[in-house]
Design a protein around this ligand. Sequence first.
Ligand code: DGY
Length: 449
Amino acid sequence: MALVCFPFKKEDVDVVMRNVKTAAQHPRVRMVLLVGASENETYVEIDARLPALGAQCDVPIVQMTQLRLGALREGKGDGMNTALLYFLRAHEYDELFGEPVVSEPLERIHFYDADIESFNSSWITKAEEAADMEYDVIRHYFPRSSTDAQITWQITKVGFSLLFPLSVLPWVQQPLGGELCLTRRCVDVLVSDERVMRQSDWGIDTLYTFVCAQAGMNMIEVYVPEGKLHALYGGLRDLFNMLIECFAALQGLQKCSIRAESVHRIASAEPVPNSVTSKIGYNIEKSLVLLSENWTPRQEELLHVLFPERVAAGLIACRDWPQYSFMDEATWVECYQVLLANFEFGDSDWHELIFKLWVSRVLNYTMRHVIRGYDTAMNELRHMVQDIQQKSAIELIKARREAQGCSPRVLASEQDKMRRVPSELSLFSDEYSSSFKTQAVPGIMNHAT
Ligand code: DGY
């Protein structure tokens, strides 16, 4: 039986209550857990409305505030990790959580953002049916606006493709997705991993995705055709913390090794509805001005010393007038590798710099590709990460062969064998991977129009 968790912050309480009711009335659900970031207005209002809702449902609905568990900014990670701990202990007395709420250990935990207007019971059913096939991780994926998901595409998918090209990670459709279902076995793996428990901020999704893959958990991605209708963003500044924390989480994983074996299935997608293709994900006008803000002499120096000169010149010129034509896909990959090697989490100049670089990248993508239509834009994003993955994979295979002392003239059949990842071999053993990962990968991509 399952627990459904809705982490929340400040939300439309009508939407939250409707989603809680949907979950509580699902036949597979044994309890619903609401984890609030704090005892704010939303929390108080939900508290007041829970007794009436509880009277209409047969399962316990529990609300709590998140525990302070991690070492980074108090955020989404603490909320999700609080839910994992609660899930493991809900059937027994526990010092942190008090009396048991269910009589048997719960088998699966589902997470759904509390503010999803399109949430319905099929989201739970799809995940439960997939879990019945013994997958450990069931992730929901759905169509998103071509101007939405720009941290997913430009940061996480680019990073996974560069750093772990032969693993399942580049293939994960929505690696930052907060809608997922995990088995008890998987939750045990996550809570016993210190890296997960310290990740109290937006980096938590990256950590869940990475650690599940690293532990060889079998994963399936189920498709939700109606998409996730939720409030979209104002200017890109709204995503500042998420950007920094998602990049820092990935940067922190760059020296980790990962094995290739784990099952990964992706349910097929369906035609994307007009409600998604016609949606604009962020306010372009408000975002242009961000390129001129919060400059310091040190940011300029970092640009001149570490980045290609055309990037330094292009970005610094934005102090007077917004520019973004310099930040095409290939240039972004070059910058990304500089960032992987040099970005300092906690340093405000680096935060501003990665933010402005990313804004220029998102604007470049928007003005070159999004204006040519939804399908064109999505194809460009897919090609960008596929090209990075392919180039990085080839470099990695070459480096591995060299590390194994193989002659370049190995027979074709030998080459084929080497393409498969031997089960005992870590893909990224440090001897050759750490230097490889921070080097520029030449010749990546040329999809400019
Ligand atoms: C992402 O990039 O996926 C974030 O949710 C922002 O859209």
